[in-house]
Design a protein around this ligand. Structure first.
Ligand SMILES: O=C(O)CCC(=O)C(=O)O
Ligand SMILES: [Fe+2]
Length: 293
């Protein structure tokens, strides 16, 4: 985690049956008419990103679902109004997936912070300040992608952690310190855990936000599901006390997450989501270190 900001976790939280229902249901969701999917931008579900031919992710579409992580209150809305013929097993599966992955996310984040020497009460306080969401993505194929196979450009995630589940088709790659790329295999019992920029702030730079991208050399259609943890609206993230001392001077000023998101979006928007620019976080809340000469 401290080297590249990512780890591969072998875990049975997503059993074979759950995985099958989850990934069987996704093509059906993305096959819905565009106006239906667009309607998911408002209301209880937010965050449908449609395919945007002029962007640099022309074959990517995605939907973020919040309510599965706080009790599933709007599933009726989806079943009755938006997606009446859906296999009901699907939404239950998304709910179970969210719960299992939230537990896993919390365990991994706790282990990272404990490993760095953060006290339990500060870890508990961080849990209280976090929200989770599920993002389902579809990566289509286009003839021109045969040459690059790059379906999501290198970027850093903005939140705390992203738990990424791939299914059968490869794609996720993480960058090492020397700039080379490691392919994360889509093995059934594994999930990739990717650190985002708010974890970098909280750990005073000890955990770097992982630079990653999606590249599918086999040029097959690909689906993935992410469980994301982010600070709640209005929360200000600051380096944890235990991680600031004479050897580790303060690297970041307090960072209001919502203001940081506005800052990032204002700089660069691609297909409704931001491709992080190197240095964006430092520009927003990085501390200028004054060296004694
Ligand atoms: O689909 C994946 O494997 C990763 C997607 C990703 O990095 C993102 O949505 O931020
Ligand atoms: Fe990402």
């Amino acid at each position: 985690m401290e080297a590249v900001g990512a780890i591969l976790v072998t875990h049975d939280a997503l059993g074979a049956d759950l995985r099958q229902v989850l990934f069987d249901g996704m093509p059906e969701f993305f096959a819905l008419p565009l106006d239906v999917k667009r309607s998911l931008i408002s209301g209880y579900i937010n965050g449908y990103i449609e395919r945007s031919p002029s962007s640099n992710m022309p074959a990517y579409e995605s939907v973020r679902i919040w309510e599965t992580t706080d009790g599933g209150g709007s599933r009726n809305l989806v079943d009755d109004v938006v997606w009446p013929h859906v296999n009901p097993k699907f939404w239950n599966t998304v709910g179970t997936f969210a719960k299992n992955m939230m537990d896993l996310e919390r365990t991994v984040r706790t282990m990272i912070l404990e490993g760095l020497g953060v006290q339990q009460e500060h870890i508990d306080a961080q849990h209280e300040s976090i929200v989770h969401s599920v993002r389902q993505s579809r990566y289509g194929t286009l003839p021109e992608m045969r040459t690059t196979s790059l379906s999501m450009l290198p970027h850093r995630d903005n939140g705390m952690l992203n738990v990424v589940v791939q299914h059968q088709v490869e794609g996720l790659e993480v960058q090492t310190k020397d700039g080379s790329w490691i392919m994360v295999p889509p093995d059934p019992d594994t999930v990739a855990v990717i650190a985002g920029e708010m974890l970098t702030v909280a750990t005073n730079g000890r955990v770097p936000a992982c630079v990653h991208r999606v590249r599918t050399p086999s040029n097959r259609k690909r689906f993935s599901v992410l469980l994301s943890s982010k600070p709640k609206d209005g929360v200000t993230v600051r380096p944890l006390d235990e991680l600031v001392d004479a050897y580790h001077p303060l690297q970041y000023n307090p960072c209001n997450f919502s203001e940081y998101i506005d800052f990032r979006y204002a700089k660069s928007v691609v297909g409704g989501d931001l491709i992080s620019v190197d240095g964006t976080l430092k520009a927003f809340c990085g501390k200028v270190l004054i060296l004694d000469m």
